[in-house]
Design a protein around this ligand. Structure first.
Ligand code: FUB
Length: 338
């Protein structure tokens, strides 16, 4: 009996809520799973959590990751293959520390791995690395993407073949330091009555290595078209942007961070605005909540993480569950425990 199964059996005996899914792998800690279907196979681009020994703080210093492993499976219930180290921080010439949540895209025979990492001045930037294979190894460009900052890139391919990068994260993700348009290490977080900071979007250039335009705010609004205040922290954007298309509409989903929800809004354009519709995933065990949504063979799946294996917020494990839609296109909220 594995440790997690033993805990589940013991928990069930005590009437505790049980996880609806088991960790996809347990030989390493993984988080922030960005899933894509390439060549009919599911590839997952997660963070690789490690015990750094660094004390927990509000900047996420304890998330001091040093490489990426890419995982793949032939179906959501299939055997998971760990393809080993795909990119090591040692091989990113401009990187300082903290390889956070990555994403990937494919175009014209090349796979692109997008990753946030602090540069040598301790400022989060977004980098890109390329490979001829979805599982890597990836070779990093010699500089971060020009004009990039903050964390959690998500690269979305639109139906017309254009690609857009969504990114940003407040608190440790440093988005608040860019609120004035340039970097200010001392910038404060927004207060409860101020408008919440918005995530960013930029169309990618044809070569996928740079932005084709200056990043714009992604407007996230309530049913009256109003943006949220920082005090609406059960709905406002915190980090973990993800965009997918369903029945011709654009779905922008994200984490609310300190209230731990994955929420979403729906829009008619990749630039938004996105009207808030509700919760995709209720809070999971552990502080962070970060997900991706992908279609595979006509069904939809939510990839996410919790801390079932370790019980510690910085040592996470990725999972998958089926995602369903209501007839009106809204998402049926997932509770990871029942
Ligand atoms: O994994 C490090 C950070 O934790 C990610 O970038 C955030 O989205 C949160 O999951």
């Amino acid at each position: 009996l594995s440790v997690s199964l033993f805990a589940a059996v013991a928990g069930a005996a005590q009437g505790k809520k049980q996880p609806i899914s088991q960790p996809l792998v347990s030989h390493i800690y993984t988080a922030d799973p960005s899933a894509h279907v390439f060549n009919g196979r599911i590839y997952i681009y997660p963070s690789h959590d490690i015990e750094s020994g660094i004390k927990q703080d509000d900047n996420g210093s304890h998330f001091d990751m040093k490489d990426y492993h890419i995982l793949s499976m032939d179906s959501p219930t299939g055997k998971v293959t760990d393809h080993g180290v795909a990119l090591d921080i040692k091989n990113i010439s401009w990187a300082g520390r903290q390889l956070w949540a990555p994403d990937a895209a494919y175009k014209n025979g090349t796979y692109y791995l997008y990753f946030p990492v602090k540069d040598k001045q301790d400022i989060f930037r977004i980098g890109v690395a390329t490979s001829k294979k979805p599982e890597g190894p990836f070779k990093a460009e010699s500089k971060p993407i020009d004009g990039s900052f903050s964390i959690d890139p998500c690269v979305f391919k639109d139906t017309d073949g254009s690609y857009y990068m969504y990114y940003g994260g407040i608190w440790g993700g440093q988005l608040q330091r860019w609120a004035s348009g340039s970097y200010d290490a001392n910038a404060k977080l927004r207060t409860a009555n101020e408008e919440a900071l918005l995530p960013k979007v930029a169309k990618m250039s044809n070569n996928m290595l740079s932005f084709a335009e200056a990043p714009k705010d992604v407007k996230l609004v309530d049913e009256n078209g109003k943006t949220f205040l920082e005090g609406n922290n059960d709905k406002r954007f915190f980090e973990a942007a993800w965009v997918h298309n369903y029945n011709g509409k654009y779905y922008f989903s994200y984490s609310t961070g300190d209230t731990h929800f994955i929420c979403y809004g729906i829009g008619d354009s990749p630039y938004g605005p996105f009207t808030y519709k509700g919760v995709v995933l209720k809070p999971v065990e552990g502080w962070t909540n970060h997900h991706s949504i992908v279609e595979f063979k006509g069904k939809w799946y939510l990839f996410y993480h919790d801390v079932q294996l370790s019980g510690q917020t910085h040592l996470r494990n990725i999972k998958v569950a089926e995602l369903k839609y209501n007839p009106d296109g809204t998402i049926v909220t997932v509770d990871a425990y029942k």
